[in-house]
Design a protein around this ligand. Structure first.
Ligand code: NDP
Length: 316
């Protein structure tokens, strides 16, 4: 059940949470239990990347696994039970130049003493023909999440960076064969990661290939048409799973450079989970270039809420 509070701009919230993945909901749970009456703007597609995952088998506490969307509903309900208010709206922009901070949402202005940014990162998809319909039905952007569904099958990984090498190597635990395709013969992957993948007898690496069209039947993915960008010639590959590993991008454009980030846009912490703007905290994949797991995001969400609570105590 969604709860919606009246959006009176003069009201100053103790804490506004932007983004509703595991980091945001966990921050909301802790902030609500600290009686801070947190308000969350969860985005139009609340729940984040796990809404795209079928089964989560590596979040502690679920011996049988749990569906990604189902887990997000449960995290939300748990936080709402303690007083988190969630609005499924996108934050358009923020003004962190003075306190209280200003958050602009669908033409309305909200004021907050503290803010937690947990907008996550989004995997970059290829956008090839037929992709939308096969997302979650054979085409994935997370081998850790979905690799185990391809036991004894043949799968493909797209990309030539460390992510592609790592995902392909991980997938050999399950799949009979993993084909890595890269659009060039130059690989961004570190030598050690490339060599490890290249030495794996289950992995074949094919340069100069780009997916132009996904192939499917009523059960899901069946393969893809690959193009050689050098001469436009086409070949067909038969796979039941495909993992796109061409990079992630953090969701930070709405911050308009008011928060320090690294060169790829990931938010930098300056003190514990606090950003360069005192009173603004960040948690989850919007910060994390390394682990990118639901459980690590949830853990950081907890840290951010505890840091925000302490900061509010000291600055109220
Ligand atoms: P990278 O940017 O390193 O590599 C992206 C790859 O995807 C490149 O081969 C690129 O090709 C290709 N690509 C990009 N766009 C497209 C497209 N539209 N179609 C086809 N191919 C495309 O991203 P990663 O996610 O691999 O790595 C990001 C960072 O994270 C790196 O710094 C990496 O070292 C790090 N990382 C480290 C790991 C570890 O150490 N364990 C594991 C995973 C990541 P092209 O070169 O032609 O642009």
């Amino acid at each position: 059940m969604l709860s919606v509070r009246s959006t009176v701009s003069e009201e100053i919230q103790e804490i506004i949470i932007i983004g509703s993945g595991p980091a945001g909901y966990t921050a909301g749970l802790y902030a609500a239990r600290a009686m801070l009456e947190p308000l969350m703007f969860g985005g139009y597609m609340s729940g984040g990347q796990l809404m795209l995952t079928s089964d989560i088998e590596n979040f502690p506490g679920y011996p049988e696994g749990i569906g990604g969307p189902e887990m997000m509903v449960q995290l939300r309900e748990q936080a709402e039970r303690f007083g988190l208010t969630v609005e499924d709206k996108n934050v358009e922009r923020v003004d962190f130049s003075e306190r209280p901070f200003k958050i602009y949402v669908e033409g309305e202005e909200f004021l907050a003493k503290s803010v937690i940014i947990s907008t996550g990162a989004e995997a970059i998809w290829l956008g090839a023909e037929g992709e939308e319909a096969q997302k979650g039905r054979g085409i994935s952007v997370c081998a850790t999440c979905d690799g185990a569904f391809f036991r004894n099958e043949e799968v493909m990984v797209i990309g030539g960076g460390d992510s592609a090498m790592e995902e392909a190597t991980f997938l050999t635990r399950f799949a009979d064969k993993v084909t890595i395709i890269n659009r060039r013969d130059v690989f961004r992957a570190s030598k050690v990661m490339y060599d490890r993948a290249n030495a794996n007898p289950k992995i074949e690496i094919i340069p100069h290939r780009q997916v132009t069209r996904w192939l499917s039947d009523e059960k899901g993915l069946t393969g893809a048409i690959l193009e050689d960008p050098r001469d436009g010639s086409e070949t067909e590959i038969t796979v039941t799973g495909a993992f796109i590993a061409i990079g992630h991008k953090p969701i930070t454009a709405f911050l308009d450079d008011q928060i320090d980030t690294d060169e790829e846009g990931y938010i930098l912490h300056s003190e514990h989970t606090m950003t360069n703007v005192p009173g603004v905290f960040a948690a989850g994949d919007v910060v994390d270039t390394r682990y990118r797991q639901a459980v690590t995001a949830a853990g950081m969400g907890c840290q951010a809420a505890m840091d925000a609570e302490k900061w509010l105590e000291e600055h109220n």
